[in-house]
Design a protein around this ligand. Structure first.
Ligand code: HEC
Length: 145
């Protein structure tokens, strides 16, 4: 079997729940780092407007993965080290709406940043922040972020 065939074959097995949780923590951290960088730029703490489009594109790209970061069997009943609440699974359609809000907001930010429109950037930036908080308030244990 070639290496690629082996890789494809192994992907047919489900990932271990602990590994999925660890992976989703990393994706959240990526979102947080792009958000932190964006905040520093839009608040004028750092003069790097030329980086805005890259951070917005990064946020949009990571947002696209969010729907699949929370498969069945990776909730607090199965994995100790998760801050996801059981509501992610018991109120799935509400959770999916929160994912969609995040995806829409990051798309708006990426579009505005690509065009360099300050007002649209600020408006979309506010929406992205609200979409993080909105989801955390309902679906994450203890909101420190
Ligand atoms: C659709 C819901 C949702 C959205 C949107 C969302 N998060 Fe999260 N976030 C969660 C959940 C649920 C957890 C807990 C995951 C776990 O522990 O398994 C989490 C965890 C985190 C963590 C902790 C990661 C760790 O290493 O423990 C950080 C940081 C974070 N989110 C930042 C953000 C930022 C910044 C945004 C927006 C740019 C965001 N999140 C958007 C649901 C969301």
């Amino acid at each position: 079997m070639t290496t690629i065939a082996l890789l494809l074959a192994s992907s047919a097995f489900a990932s271990a729940p602990e590994d999925v949780v660890q992976y989703r923590h990393v994706q959240m951290e990526i979102a947080a780092k792009h958000m932190k960088s964006t905040t520093a730029i839009v608040k004028g703490k750092i003069e790097r407007k030329q980086d805005l489009a890259a951070h917005a594109a990064g946020l949009q790209a990571v947002a696209a993965t969010f729907g699949e970061l929370f498969p069945e069997g990776t909730g607090p009943d199965k994995v100790k080290d998760t801050e996801a609440r059981a509501e992610v699974w018991s109120k799935r359609s509400e959770f999916d709406t929160a994912v969609k809000a995040f995806q829409d907001a990051t798309k708006a930010l990426a579009d505005a940043a690509a065009k360099g429109e300050d007002e649209a950037i600020m408006a979309a930036f506010g929406k992205v922040g609200k979409s993080c908080k909105g989801c955390h308030d309902n679906f994450k244990v203890e909101d420190e972020h």
